[in-house]
Write a protein that binds this ligand. Structure first.
Ligand SMILES: Cc1cc2nc3c(=O)[nH]c(=O)nc-3n(C[C@H](O)[C@H](O)[C@H](O)COP(=O)(O)OP(=O)(O)OC[C@H]3O[C@@H](n4cnc5c(N)ncnc54)[C@H](O)[C@@H]3O)c2cc1C
Length: 277
């Protein structure tokens, strides 16, 4: 019987593991190796790690966690979670594991607009968040590939950073081709524009297919509904990082720092709950 099983080895899950390890709680972290920022080579906007490869951040995190004897990390995919008497059962790698608490940190999966060539640059010269990948295009033109009302907001955010912001309907783009110093966007009308980078608007869905045996409430955004400490609508089940949206926020906060904060808060709540029980 574990004190906590953490599902997900991105920043949210790894931080939760570190916090639980420091409190000597018997913890298992399960990681299927599907990271949202898998194509990113330089993550930004994370103090002391600005520009670091996310894979390196995960490697350092695992090395730090290895110093805590009560935490085990396994590379395995979870296929189901359900309540069983006074515990929770987690199915992974053909095994049924039992735990007092589950911390869901499985993140989200992105689906990019179907523009040929776009996906090859995702996480490098094609991004979605100006806070994470905007400064890198400073002083050069950028494209916002977005036809929604949000495009104007994004364009205004980028104005102080880029020399020019071109708002382009994704449906107008025939192909994206990489260049040494940016991208060339070939449009259906035969013209082409050259930019340092482009901001695309992927649709995202939470990685929660294995949770259908739990009655978890969602927010309108589709993210799992939680309180400020990551508690979901099911007792003993917490959700943190990209998969979660606490009630006090207008949407899920997609950032490394927010994922770390969420992971730590949920781990604190798990420890408190174990002590109170
Ligand atoms: C292109 C791009 C660039 C970004 N750049 C930045 C940046 O520069 N700075 C920044 O702050 N943020 C950036 N972000 C956002 C940041 O990557 C996410 O906010 C962050 O990774 C969320 O962390 P997480 O732990 O919630 O999820 P993830 O990092 O996605 O981790 C999810 C974890 O869950 C595991 N998992 C999923 N399903 C299962 C299962 N069934 N069983 C077991 N394990 C499972 C996965 O293997 C993985 O370990 C970027 C996002 C994108 C898409």
């Amino acid at each position: 019987m574990y004190d906590a099983i953490i599902i997900g080895g991105g920043p949210a899950g790894l931080q939760a593991a570190l916090t639980l390890g420091r409190m000597h709680r018997r913890t298992l972290l399960l990681d299927s190796g599907e990271y949202r920022n898998a194509t990113v080579r330089h993550a930004h906007n994370l103090l002391t790690n600005d520009g670091r490869d996310p894979a390196e951040i995960r490697r350092i995190a695992r090395a730090e966690i290895a110093a805590y004897d009560t935490v085990e990390i396994r590379d395995a995919a979870v296929t189901g979670v359900e309540r069983e008497d006074n515990a929770l059962r987690v199915d992974a790698g053909g095994e049924a594991l039992r735990t007092h608490a589950v911390i869901l940190a499985t993140g989200v999966a992105d689906e990019l607009p179907p523009i040929p060539g776009l996906a090859a640059h995702w996480g490098d010269t094609v991004a979605n968040c100006p806070f994470c990948h905007g400064h890198e295009f400073a002083g050069r033109p950028v494209a916002v590939l977005n036809a929604s009302p949000h495009a104007a907001v994004l364009a205004r955010m980028l104005e102080p950073v880029a020399s020019e912001v071109l708002v382009i309907d994704p449906a107008a783009v025939r192909e994206v081709v990489g260049r040494d110093d940016g991208l060339r966007l070939h449009l259906h009308d035969g013209s082409a524009v050259e930019v340092a980078g482009a901001f695309a608007a992927p649709t995202w869905r939470v990685r929660a297919a294995f949770l259908d045996r739990l009655d978890l409430l969602r927010q309108d955004s589709g993210a799992l509904r939680t309180d400020a400490f990551g508690r979901t609508s099911v007792e003993g089940v917490y959700a943190v990082g990209d998969i979660a949206q606490p009630d006090h926020l207008p949407g899920p906060l997609f950032s490394l720092a927010a994922a770390l904060a969420g992971g730590q808060l949920a781990a604190v709540a798990v420890v408190q709950s174990l002590v109170m029980d």
